[in-house]
Design a protein around this ligand. Structure first.
Ligand SMILES: [Fe+2]
Length: 175
């Protein structure tokens, strides 16, 4: 099985990340069963609330230009902007509305993204990475994951959202 993340050599600058100028799509508040398991299993595991916003079309076009044509023929992904802030964890979850994502990271402060397997009610870490400002990762959002958020350090992700191409297929196409 492939690792659930892969660093990509894509870069994106000057995109609109000021959340006050973007339309909010939804707040992530409800714990999934993985989040419930994490609250039981880990000490001092305080959930934070993340909000998803719709990215601007001009920025989406900038990002899409970097993708291979064969990918765009299958799917032209939407762009979501995530803002995560607080002191705690975006609790373990799978993304309900998509299969995988290409994430561009901004305003990072050493947060660790972890991936888990969930067996017999127990979570165990199967991989992790620490993204830095400007990094880009292909992300398997169908594998349970969490991230720790540092106080007073809002972090943002400009995220190309794939609803029909799965992670393994996209990874193969981007190699
Ligand atoms: Fe997620």
């Amino acid at each position: 099985m492939n690792e659930p993340f892969a660093k990509l050599n894509y870069h994106l600058a000057d995109v609109h990340l000021d959340i006050h100028s973007l339309a909010s799509i939804k707040e992530h508040r409800r714990l999934q069963r993985y989040g419930v398991a994490a609250m039981r299993q880990f000490d001092d595991y305080k959930p934070i609330v993340a909000t998803t916003y719709k990215g601007l079309e001009e920025d989406r076009q900038k990002a899409l230009k970097q993708l291979p044509q064969e990918v765009l023929k299958l799917e032209e992904p939407d762009v979501w902007v995530f803002c995560m802030e607080g002191d705690g964890y975006l609790p373990v979850h799978v993304d309900p509305d998509r299969l995988c994502a290409i994430n561009f990271y901004f305003d990072c402060s050493g947060e660790q993204t972890r991936f888990f397997k969930h067996e017999d009610g127990q979570l165990s870490v199967v991989g992790s990475f620490v993204a830095e400002h400007g990094d880009c990762y292909l992300f398997n959002t169908s594998v349970p994951h969490d991230v720790n958020i540092k106080p007073n350090s809002p972090r943002k992700i400009f995220s190309l959202t794939f609803k029909t191409i799965d992670y393994d297929t996209l990874l193969e196409m981007l190699k």
